[in-house]
Design a protein around this ligand. Structure first.
Ligand code: ZN
Length: 159
């Protein structure tokens, strides 16, 4: 049974509100995560609590339990000089920028000759997420996995 400190292996399909598939596990590459360590969005983690191998479930996750609400303050104007002069910019492209000492992913939403508008919201912020999940395996996490807060080995970190 899935509780804190278990490593859960599952297949998932993630759809948006139009039933379009946004993301899914590869047939030969299920997702493994450490339950209770915030490796996955809170709404999905809560729904999986207490479930067992063989269970299949559909989970609807609201933005506040997913990737958060869209925050208008996360849309910023950057001077064009922030980018290399010959760098080809296009709307929808993602780039990484150092913010307060760590790297954040942003999406370009508009381009002007002198400035670029970038959105630092998670691409799935503001979206209701529809997961279909089937649970393949549940095992105890190792001491190392618990101290690292993530899964090692197949489907996880290999360090
Ligand atoms: Zn580790």
């Amino acid at each position: 049974m899935i509780t804190s400190g278990k490593v859960v292996t599952l297949h998932y399909v993630l759809r948006d509100s139009e039933s379009e598939i946004i993301d899914q596990s590869e047939p030969d590459q299920p997702l493994s995560y450490l339950h209770g360590a915030q490796n996955i969005v809170p709404g999905l983690e809560i729904a999986l609590e207490g479930k067992s191998v063989g269970d299949e479930l559909d989970v609807t996750v609201n933005p506040e339990d997913g990737y958060g609400e869209l925050d208008p303050d996360m849309q910023v104007e950057l001077p064009r000089t922030q980018f290399e002069p010959d760098e080809e910019l296009e709307v929808g492209a993602q780039f990484e920028m150092e913010v307060d000492g760590h790297y954040e992913v942003a999406t370009i939403t508009d381009i002007h000759p002198d400035r670029v508008i970038a959105d630092f919201n998670h691409p799935l912020a503001g979206q209701t997420l529809f997961f279909s999940v089937s649970i393949l395996d549940v095992r105890d996490a190792s001491e190392t996995e618990l101290s690292h807060g993530h899964v090692h080995g197949v489907g996880g970190h290999d360090h």
